[in-house]
Design a protein around this ligand. Structure first.
Ligand code: FES
Length: 127
């Protein structure tokens, strides 16, 4: 395998940025459910299943639903991140299916942060 050059890293970074960014006109929000081992052990599958069911039932097209690895806070799992275009991402912690559905309705679809379940907006702590 060829050695990576700085230009390659920049290209990869740009590609990932483009793929993960909430794209104008395609979606207004993105929900990432963190599904590392600790997330799954804490119930992330139930959170994901509830969201998938809601997307299916409600025919939601304006929100991207995706998964990633752990968010780095085992004790606060299950976690998810909600991103709205041009706003700082919000991390939600200690989720249940019910909490995740409320966050989908309120934050991802209506744009209102659900502060009671949020850990932080960007790198700032809310509570
Ligand atoms: S392994 Fe638990 S947060 Fe990464």
């Amino acid at each position: 395998m060829a050695k990576l050059k700085f230009e390659d890293i920049d290209k990869i970074k740009e590609k990932v940025r483009k793929e993960t960014y909430v794209r104008e006109g395609e979606a207004k929000a993105k929900i990432t459910v963190h599904m590392g081992t600790c997330g799954i052990a804490a119930g992330a599958r139930k959170v994901m299943s509830a969201l998938m069911e809601a997307f299916e039932k409600q025919g939601i097209k304006e929100v991207i639903l995706t998964t990633s690895g752990c968010a780095g806070l085992c004790s606060k799992e299950p976690m998810m991140t909600v991103e709205i275009k041009d706003q700082a991402p919000v991390k939600y912690i200690s989720l249940t299916a019910e909490k995740a559905l409320k966050i989908l309705e309120e934050h991802a679809l209506k744009g209102n942060i659900v502060k009671e379940f949020a850990l932080a907006v960007g790198s700032e702590t809310i509570a």
